[in-house]
Design a protein around this ligand. Structure first.
Ligand code: FE2
Length: 620
C-alpha cells in the first residue's frame, strides 16, 4: 500500500498544503488561491482537500501529517524575547500572548479539529519538524543533487533565522544556526517597511527598486556605510549581529525605530503608495548591496564547511533573484538550485519531505539534471467542461480550436499586433510566480507594452519591468546566462548586443522616464540596469507554453514573450476558469485563452455591477 504524507504550513502567512505519495510529490497549493485572500494565513482547508483529492486519498489513508514548525519552541522564543526586552515589549507581548495560548500552543489539537472538518481522523501521526529544517528539506530533497550545501535564510522560524546545513543522500545535518533577533530577513523587511512597502510581501518591490539607486552617488555609499556601522555587525562567516537600538520587531508592532532612522538617513518613512523619490531608490540599493555581501559570505562559509560543489537554498531571502544571479556568477558553486516556493508556503513541501526522508528514513531517487518539483505545476487543473460551464454562466462568446498548433499560431499573431492575452492552461503553479499556466502575456519588443500592462491590466504604476519567458534553448541569444532557470529565480544581464545606448543624463532622469526609455530591442523585459528576471521554458516540462513561444518565434524571430502573473494588483493569482474569466473582463486584457478556447474581449457581453473590486485588494 502507498505511504502518503500530508505537509502543512499555516497560521503565519502564506498557508499551503502539499502531498507526497511514496516520496513523490503529487500536489501542492497555496490556500490564497482558493479563498481569493492574498497571503491567507488561515488553516489551508481548501488546499488540503485539493491535495488529498489529487492523491486519491482520504485522511484515513495518511501515514503522517507534518506541520512546518515547532509551536512550543516558537512560544518559548516569544516568552524569552519578552523577558530579554522587558518591560519594553509589554504591549506586543500582551497582544500576542492570548492568541498563542489559545491557538498556537495547542497546535496538535487545532490541526485535528480543522482536519476533522474534512473527514474521519482516526489516530494519526503528527510531526513537527523545525521551521528551518522544513525549509532545508524543501531545498535539498527535491533538488537534482545527491549531495549539496544547504543555506536557508528568512525572517524567523522558532529561533533560527539562518542555517547552513549539509545534505547527503537522505540526510540533512545542520552545521550552523543564527538565532533571532539577528536576522537578515528581518533587516531586509525593516527597509521594506521604511520604504513604504508591506512586510512579508513587498520585499520583491524593494529589490526591484534598487536598480534605480545611483551607486556612484554619495547617498548609496554613505548609507551603506551607516547600515554597516550602526545597524549590523557582519562577521567573516556571514553571521551577523543586529543593533537592536534601531529595530522594533522584537518588542513592538512595527519593524524599526522610525525617529532614529530619520535622524540617520535624513528621510522620513515613505507613506505607502506615495511618490517614489531618489533617496528611497538609493536606500533600496544600499540594503540590496549589504544583503548580497551577507549572502555571499554565508554561501562561502557553506562551501568551506561542506566542501560541496552544489548549493541549494530556501527561505524568503532565497527569493531575492538579483542576489541569486550574482551568486551564480561568482562561481563558488558549479550550480545552484532554489526551491520555487522558497517562502513559508514551501514549508509544507519541506515538512512532508522531512517526514519521508528523516522520520521514515526512506532513500532518495535522484535524477541528475532534473529536480522533482515537476516544473512547480502542482496545483488544480480544469477540464474543458469547467471552461464551458464558466462560458455558459457569463454568456461568454468564444472560438473553440481543435488544433492546438493553429491556436498557438493565431495567438502569436495576436501578440505581434500588440494585444495582451490571458493564458490559462493545465495545472496551477505552486510558489509565488506564474510560470506559463496562469500568466498574462505580451510582445516583449513592443515599446508601449510595459506601460500598457501596468496601467490597463495590473492597475498600478509599476516601476519594475516584466519578466520574460524564453525558450530554454534560446536563453543565450538574449541573456548572459548559460543554464536554465525554470522558476524565474535568477536575474541575469540582457546580452550587450541587444542594448541601446542610454542618454548621458540617464541616471538623473525621473523614474518613469528611465523606465520607459527603450533600453534594448526587448524593452518590456529589460530593467533600467539592463537586467532581466528570467524564466526558461522547457519543451518537456511545459509543452503547451513552449509551443506558443515557438509559434511567436516562427513569426517574429524572437523566442520569448512577456510573462506576468494572471491577476490584478493585490489579488492572488487566478485558480479556476471562472477566476480567469472575471479577471479578463475586469481589466483591459484583449483576449483570453483557456485550454483550446479563445475569448475575444470585444465579443463578450458587457460586464456590469462589479465596480468596487479594486478597493477589495490591498497593495503589497
Ligand atoms: Fe520561513
Amino acid at each position: 500500500m502507498s505511504e502518503i504524507i500530508l505537509g502543512l504550513s499555516a497560521y503565519y502567512h502564506d498557508s499551503a498544503a502539499a502531498i507526497l505519495k511514496d516520496g513523490e510529490i503529487i500536489a501542492a497549493a497555496h490556500e490564497e488561491r482558493f479563498t481569493r485572500k492574498k497571503h491567507d494565513s488561515s488553516f489551508p482547508i481548501n488546499a488540503t482537500k485539493y491535495v488529498l483529492n489529487e492523491a486519491g486519498a482520504s485522511l484515513d489513508d495518511l501515514t503522517a501529517i507534518s506541520f512546518y514548525d515547532k509551536p512550543y519552541i516558537k512560544f518559548e522564543r516569544l516568552l524569552e524575547t519578552y523577558h530579554g526586552f522587558a518591560p519594553k515589549g509589554l504591549t506586543s507581548f500582551l497582544s500576542a500572548m492570548p492568541v498563542w495560548v489559545k491557538e498556537k500552543l495547542f497546535m496538535r489539537k487545532m490541526l485535528k479539529d480543522e482536519l476533522s472538518k474534512i473527514g474521519q481522523l482516526n489516530k494519526k501521526q503528527f510531526l513537527f519538524p523545525e521551521h528551518h529544517l522544513s525549509h532545508a528539506a524543501s531545498a535539498f530533497y527535491p533538488s537534482p543533487y545527491e549531495e549539496a550545501a544547504i543555506v536557508t535564510v528568512d525572517g524567523v522560524g522558532e529561533w533560527a533565522t539562518t542555517t547552513i546545513a549539509h545534505g547527503r543522500g537522505n540526510e540533512i545535518e545542520i552545521l550552523r544556526q543564527l538565532d533571532f533577533p539577528h536576522s537578515l530577513g528581518l533587516l531586509y523587511s525593516a527597509f521594506t517597511y521604511y520604504c513604504g512597502f508591506k512586510v512579508n510581501s513587498g520585499e520583491y518591490k524593494l529589490m526591484g527598486l534598487a536598480p534605480y539607486g545611483n551607486s556612484d552617488d554619495g547617498h548609496t555609499r554613505k548609507w551603506k556605510q551607516i547600515i554597516l556601522d550602526e545597524f549590523v555587525d557582519i562577521r567573516e562567516d556571514g553571521s551577523l549581529l543586529l543593533n537592536m537600538d534601531y529595530f522594533n520587531f522584537a518588542t513592538g508592532l512595527t519593524m524599526c525605530c522610525e525617529d532614529k532612522w530619520e535622524k540617520l538617513f535624513g528621510i522620513q518613512r515613505r507613506e505607502s503608495e506615495s511618490q517614489l523619490s531618489q533617496p528611497y531608490m538609493d536606500l533600496a540599493l544600499a540594503i540590496q548591496q549589504v544583503t548580497e555581501d551577507i549572502v555571499f559570505r554565508l554561501t562561502d562559509t557553506a562551501e568551506k564547511l561542506t566542501g560541496c560543489e552544489y548549493l541549494v537554498m530556501a527561505g524568503g531571502v532565497a527569493l531575492n533573484c538579483v542576489s541569486n544571479g550574482k551568486l551564480l556568477r561568482r562561481g563558488t558553486f558549479k550550480d545552484i538550485w532554489i526551491q520555487p516556493a522558497a517562502g513559508d508556503a514551501g514549508g509544507s513541501v519541506g515538512a512532508a519531505y522531512a517526514a519521508w526522508h528523516i522520520w521514515k528514513k526512506e532513500q532518495r531517487k535522484v535524477i541528475p539534471g532534473q529536480d522533482s518539483m515537476k516544473g512547480a505545476y502542482l496545483g488544480p487543473e480544469f477540464h474543458f467542461s469547467d471552461m464551458e460551464r464558466t462560458a455558459r454562466k457569463y454568456n461568454a462568446s468564444y472560438e473553440k480550436y481543435s488544433d492546438f498548433g493553429r491556436l498557438c499560431s493565431d495567438v502569436a499573431e495576436l501578440l505581434t499586433q500588440g494585444n495582451i492575452l490571458g493564458w490559462f492552461q493545465g495545472r496551477m503553479e505552486y510558489g509565488p510566480r506564474a510560470l506559463g499556466n496562469r500568466s498574462i502575456i505580451g510582445d516583449p519588443r513592443h515599446p508601449e507594452m510595459q506601460k500598457k500592462l501596468n496601467l490597463k491590466i495590473k492597475y498600478r504604476e509599476g516601476f519594475r519591468p516584466f519578466a520574460p519567458s524564453v525558450l530554454e534553448e534560446d536563453i543565450l541569444d538574449y541573456f548572459d546566462l548559460d543554464r536554465p532557470t525554470p522558476y524565474m529565480l535568477l536575474v541575469a544581464p540582457v546580452q550587450e548586443s541587444r542594448r541601446n545606448t542610454l542618454p548621458e543624463n540617464y541616471d538623473q532622469l525621473p523614474m518613469y522616464e528611465r523606465l520607459y526609455h527603450l533600453r534594448s530591442d526587448i524593452p518590456a523585459i529589460t530593467h533600467v540596469d539592463y537586467s532581466a528576471r528570467i524564466q526558461s521554458v522547457n519543451k518537456d516540462t511545459n509543452g503547451k507554453y513552449w509551443k506558443l513561444i515557438k509559434a511567436f518565434k516562427d513569426k517574429t524571430g524572437y523566442g520569448l514573450v512577456v510573462n506576468t502573473s494572471f491577476n490584478v494588483r493585490g489579488e492572488p493569482i487566478v485558480c479556476t476558469p471562472e477566476d480567469a474569466y472575471i479577471c479578463f473582463m475586469r481589466t483591459e486584457m484583449d483576449y483570453l485563452v483557456m485550454g483550446e478556447y479563445l475569448f475575444k474581449k470585444s465579443d463578450q457581453p458587457v460586464w456590469k455591477g462589479d465596480d468596487d473590486w479594486r478597493s477589495r485588494y490591498e497593495l503589497d
